[in-house]
Design a binder for this molecule. Structure first.
Ligand code: HEM
Length: 483
């Protein structure tokens, strides 16, 4: 393909892209060589901060097709009318590693979907696990520090991880998933995705339901064993990125069937578990999955940086008819994502092509770095006498119809038996070979931590299930632990 004449960033034709201008053959380089200075200066600025978490990832374009009309539950227009298709962009990621880290690391996987609806973008920023480690956003930076590098050695530290998990035992439900082979999925195509949080749908009449989103892979779940994952980390650290790209490139378009669990407000408030505690699932026996749509990924990014690295997802990017809930973690996330985007990408991150909504954007925000769409001569204040944009009376306010009451205080979650029931149920669901892998995966990393941390962890594992505790204890001893 002929891509035309080489130019400078300024559009001037470049006559020589191989040789710097110098004063004589052995003379110094000249400041007047704009092409050299501009090329080096731009290169010096090529990197933007990587995401503070979920730095390594891959993405693809596609569509969401609604297979069940949901207008009785929500006024979100993209959820009304069977067969309606909405363009999407999806990014999958690992969590703790840096941009160049291995795709097969033991980690949850991010599962973020941007829906470009006619009412602006809705981002479903979930994981491949239906729950999370913690249930208060105040703990998130501490938790993530334990997943990153030790401040002195700059090494990953099982001691930091198990110290935190054993001191925050509500995490052990998610830790059990993480240490099972579900912690090492076989690429991004063979895993489910979840909103994890309970979200709210609000209908035109103001009625409201609580929902959890489930994206179930049509490729079937496939996980790697610890040995396979470790080997791939050495031989092909970009295994999942390559797998997704090459499947789409050869026309093998991955898809997910999308389901909802739906609860009335009353059902949610009377449920045996706190539905706003993201360390808990809502049992599918109690609230079965209802199929509502299909997500298909059928187009690779043209440019990784522009589309994947600059993609900015946020749980607070909501459309009328989808609303937040009192889930504290979700509340913390509503702030954190746009905040980090303004740092990582700049105040005008929503103007970048991958983030820019596909409907008409119309507001009074102006200027700032890289303001590409600055609304020409339109008034930049409201009210004004020169014609809009003005608020639309019809749009349902996202926070509508939610009652709050109570004293302002730091209302602490208490650790109760309920926190051990769901990991117990999960442990009991595992096959014998899955349990063996889980036990070995735990023991293999726990054994290098101080005995006090091993003992504290065992106390919790025994509380989950006697067999779980006993087997991890035996495996630790076999590996030479002094417990
Ligand atoms: C990425 C914060 C919990 C899923 C991020 C980023 C931040 C963050 C700052 C980087 C975003 C960027 O630079 O673009 C938080 C905080 C949390 C939290 C403060 C809790 C208080 C969760 C939970 C989930 C989740 C519970 C899943 C249910 C993701 C995903 C990404 C991400 C998928 C990557 C998005 C992408 O692909 O660009 N998070 N997070 N996070 N987080 Fe969270």
């Amino acid at each position: 393909m002929d891509r035309g004449t080489l130019t400078t960033g300024n559009g001037n034709p470049v006559t020589n892209n191989q040789t710097t201008q110098t004063a004589g053959f052995y003379g110094p380089a000249l400041l007047q060589d704009f092409h050299l200075i501009d090329k080096l200066a731009h290169f010096d600025r090529e990197r933007i901060p990587e995401r503070v978490v979920h730095a390594k990832g891959a993405g693809a374009h596609g569509y969401f097709e609604l297979t069940k009309d949901l207008s009785h539950l929500t006024c979100a227009k993209f959820l009304s009318g069977v067969g309606k298709r909405t363009p999407i962009f999806t990014r999958f990621s690992t969590v703790g590693g840096e941009l160049g880290s291995a795709d097969t690391a033991r980690d949850p996987r991010g599962f973020a979907v941007k829906f470009y609806t006619e009412e602006g973008n809705w981002d479903m920023v979930g994981n491949n696990t239906p729950i999370f480690f913690i249930r208060d956003p105040l703990k998130f930076p501490d938790f993530i520090h334990t997943q990153k590098r030790d401040p002195q050695t700059h090494l990953k530290s099982p001691t930091m991880m198990w110290d935190f998990w054993s001191l925050v035992p509500e995490s052990l439900h998610q830790v059990t998933i993480l240490m099972s082979n579900r912690g090492t999925p076989d690429g991004f195509r063979h895993m489910h995705g979840y909103s994890s949080h309970t979200l709210r749908l609000v209908a035109e009449d103001g009625s409201s339901h609580y929902v959890k989103w489930h994206f179930r892979t049509d490729q079937g779940v496939k996980n790697l064993s610890a040995a396979e994952a470790e080997k791939l980390a050495g031989t092909n650290p970009d295994y999942a990125t390559e797998d997704l790209f090459s499947a789409i490139e050869k026309g093998d378009h991955p898809s997910w069937t999308v389901y909802l669990q739906v609860l009335t407000e009353e059902e949610a408030h009377n449920y045996k578990y706190d539905v706003f505690d993201v360390t808990k699932i809502i049992s599918q026996k109690d609230f079965p999955l209802q199929e509502v749509g299909r997500m298909v990924l059928n187009r690779n990014p043209e440019n990784y940086f522009a589309e994947v690295e600059q993609a900015a997802f946020s749980p607070s990017h909501m459309v009328p008819g989808i609303a937040p809930t009192p889930d504290r973690m979700l509340q913390g996330r509503l702030f954190s994502y746009p905040d980090t985007h303004r740092h990582r990408l700049g105040a005008n991150y929503l103007q970048l092509p991958i983030n820019r909504p596909k409907n008409h954007v119309n507001h009074h925000q102006r200027d700032g770095p890289m303001a590409f769409y600055n609304f020409g001569s339109a008034p930049n204040y409201e009210p004004n006498s020169f014609g809009g944009p003005s608020q639309s009376a019809g749009a349902v306010e996202i926070a509508s119809n939610s009652a709050v009451s109570g004293n302002v205080a730091r209302h602490q979650y208490q650790l109760t038996d309920a926190d051990f029931e769901q990991p117990r149920a999960l442990y009991n669901l595992l096959s014998e070979s899955e349990r063996t892998d889980l036990i070995n995966n735990i023991a293999g990393t726990l054994v290098v931590t101080p005995v006090v941390i091993q003992k504290r962890t065992l106390t919790h594992l025994y509380r989950i299930d006697n067999d779980y505790g006993a087997r991890v204890e035996a495996a630790l001893k076999k590996l030479g632990s002094d417990i």
